[in-house]
Structures are given as structure tokens and as C-alpha cells.
Design a protein around this ligand. Structure first.
Ligand code: ZN
Length: 108
């Protein structure tokens, strides 16, 4: 995915990739970097640094309307009224937010 984007940028060397990862995913930063290093070897993205931004999940209590951010491990009860009727949103993202390329060659 990152490599395709790099090609759209004209094949410049990728210096950094900014990723958004939801808090509720089981994705571990270190393992992503590990796989990325292996996959990107010999490509314009080799040696690029991965920057992770953790996206917090939110819960809304359907009983009292209380909304609050949640972090794993999940507490299945509303902190305000102890209801278990919670609506969970967010926290499952995993996408590339932006890519930084080395475009010095095109400047001045
Ligand atoms: Zn509640």
C-alpha cells in the first residue's frame, strides 16, 4: 500500500510513513515495523520510519447517555451507572494517514 503511494509520488524515496492504529486493534507497533522492514527491503521505502498514532476508542452508555474514551482492557460497564448497554465506536482503525517522501531533488 505504501509502495503504491510512493509510485504515485513519482518514485521518490519514502522517509516516513504515518499510520493510524485504533486502540482496540491487536496490532503491535513493533511487529508492524518488523514486517515493514522485511517487505520494504530493496524498494524506495526501505529504511523509512513508521510513525504510529493511536486512535482511542469511545463508548457511549445507552442507559444514561454518558460518553467516555476507553482503553484496553475493556470495562464492559458504564462508570456512571454500571449499565452494560454500551455502544463502542472507533478504535478499530488501521490506515496510512500520510507519507513523507524525500523530494529534495525537485527543489531550487
Ligand atoms: Zn451509564
Amino acid at each position: 500500500m505504501a509502495l503504491e503511494t510512493a509510485e504515485q509520488h513519482g518514485g521518490y524515496r519514502i522517509t516516513a510513513i504515518n499510520l493510524v492504529i485504533g486502540d482496540l486493534t491487536s496490532i503491535v507497533d513493533d511487529s508492524v515495523q518488523f514486517y515493514f522492514d522485511a517487505l520494504s527491503e530493496g524498494t524506495p521505502a526501505a529504511g523509512a520510519k513508521l510513525n504510529f498514532r493511536r486512535e482511542a476508542a469511545a463508548a457511549k452508555c445507552l442507559e444514561c447517555g454518558h460518553e467516555y474514551p476507553i482503553t484496553p482492557p475493556l470495562d464492559p460497564f458504564c462508570p456512571q451507572c454500571d449499565s452494560a448497554f454500551l455502544q463502542i465506536s472507533g478504535g478499530k482503525e488501521f490506515f496510512i494517514e500520510s507519507i513523507e517522501v524525500d523530494d529534495e531533488d525537485t527543489r531550487g
